[in-house]
Design a protein around this ligand. Structure first.
Ligand SMILES: Nc1ncnc2c1ncn2[C@@H]1O[C@H](COP(=O)(O)OP(=O)(O)O)[C@@H](O)[C@H]1O
Ligand SMILES: [Mg+2]
Length: 422
């Protein structure tokens, strides 16, 4: 007879077995392998040199061996969730996405030529797209399951998921970027013989920072202009705020606006958008509750430090009360009442849209804003985790009844955190 423990274990596993073709022995085999951490310095070793075929095959060799192991470990981590949490449709959806990503990548035969490498790279790119909405989906899932899992366990599961996701993305994106860089170099070399050939640039890689040669080292932009990033995110969040509330404050960027940093733009963008969403929302809400006739603008100040860039986001959104301050860095804690949210359950969850999220949020996701304007309670804890991952920090000073100053410090990846293992 099966023990209650074993029954619980089986039921946990069964609640995720939504796809009959999953072969669990394979995933367990991969998950039992050790991950091989890589330092940022190792990932950057191909910088500023023409890439050779050996470099690309070397890079794809590591990526192909490493990612399935890391994905398999994530898949298994879901099996340890309480049964009822595993039945939540949002959490089950993320589980399936991880399983499918594992399935897709581990199925590739060992790669020894450029043609196979390109197929693998395209699969990696598609996988990044599929996993784009993991965070808001999991946030929605845990919001609905708060009662069924102790806070510490929830926090530890989410932190592990996010940290491993950063590693997966950095390794995956690094290879994709190198692969594009290699092909671009090849085309340029050909262009010397034939001026009519156009160059391929990976989508989404323009307009983020200072111009010039060698600004990208794989997924890292070595001369990213924080001021420009803040401008772009400000525009996106302002539109989102207008869509949600019908009104939005202005904003301006000042300080060391010509300062550059070497950083992963998608991380910078994620952190920035979350902080701006909070500042915009607080300003509009406080204008409403205090009968203010117009919104004071949000001030974004960039400062240059030794090996880092500081960003201060100053709003006049009424600040955070002492009691709430204790909670704001907790996952799933939000002062937004359910019902205020733009994302009441599944107005339009069909097609390729993210199930259970509004059209507005889906648009936001497609533009990299990562979720609704507020309500999931993931913005601050995740922004702090992201900032801390590469040695940065995130702090809030609140003046209750007036507003908040949010201090973000990001360390330049190139140079200062090259020993960081991911
Ligand atoms: N700039 C700010 N001004 C006032 N309150 C804020 C600010 N930033 C964050 N908060 C408070 O912290 C809470 C948690 O923020 P966050 O983690 O981003 O989750 P969410 O925005 O989904 O509520 C918010 O609900 C809000 O109450
Ligand atoms: Mg927020």
């Amino acid at each position: 007879m099966l023990s209650p423990r074993r029954l619980l274990h089986l039921s946990r596993r069964r609640c995720f077995a939504t796809k009959s073709h999953y072969d669990e022995t394979v995933v367990y085999k991969y998950a039992s392998q050790q991950i091989k951490p890589v330092s940022i310095g190792q990932l950057l070793k191909y910088r500023r040199q023409p890439l050779s075929v050996e470099n690309i095959l070397d890079s794809v060799g590591y990526t192909q061996a490493e990612l399935p192991v890391r994905l398999a470990k994530r898949v298994i981590s879901f099996h340890k969730l309480p049964f009822i949490v595993g039945t939540n449709p949002h959490i089950a959806r993320v589980y399936n996405q991880y399983y499918e990503a594992f399935d897709r990548l581990h199925a590739f035969a060992p790669i020894s030529d450029l043609e196979a490498e390109w197929d693998f790279t395209r699969a990696l790119e598609r996988q990044t797209q599929v996993l784009l909405d993991v965070i808001p989906t999991i946030a929605q899932g845990f919001l609905e399951c708060q009662l069924y899992m102790p806070r510490e366990e929830r926090t530890s599961f989410i932190n592990d998921l996010i940290r491993s996701r950063i590693g997966l993305r950095v390794i995956g994106e690094q290879h994709v970027a190198l692969s594009y860089q290699f092909r671009e170099e090849q085309k340029k070399a050909k262009q010397n013989h034939n001026a009519a050939v156009s160059t391929a640039v990976e989508p989404g890689r323009v307009g983020l920072g200072a111009t010039g040669e060698d600004v990208w080292v794989g997924a890292i932009h070595t001369r990213l202009l924080p001021a420009r990033m803040m401008e772009q995110c400000g525009q996106m969040v302002q539109s989102m705020c207008e869509m949600h509330y019908g009104t939005a404050p202005g904003y301006y960027v000042d300080g060391d606006v010509d300062e550059t940093i070497s950083y992963i733009p998608s991380h910078f963008e994620y952190i920035t958008c979350e902080l701006l969403k909070n500042a915009f929302r607080a300003t509009v809400d406080f204008s409403h509750s205090s009968n203010r006739s117009s919104h004071p603008p949000i001030q974004i100040t960039i400062t240059k430090g030794e090996g880092y860039v500081g960003v201060r986001i100053r709003d006049q959104g009424g600040g955070i009360s002492k009691d709430n301050m204790r909670n704001v860095f907790e996952y799933s804690w939000s002062s937004m009442q359910s019902g205020d949210s733009a994302d009441e359950h599944g107005a339009n969850g069909g097609g390729s849209l993210m199930a259970g999220m509004s059209l507005q949020t889906n648009l936001a996701l497609q533009h990299g804003i990562g979720g609704p304007i507020a309500g999931l309670g993931f913005g601050l804890p995740m922004a702090r985790l992201y900032a801390g991952y590469f040695g940065g920090s995130l702090d809030i000073v609140s003046m209750e009844g007036y507003g908040c100053d949010v201090f973000l410090k990001l360390r330049s990846i190139e140079g200062s955190v090259e020993n960081k293992q991911i």
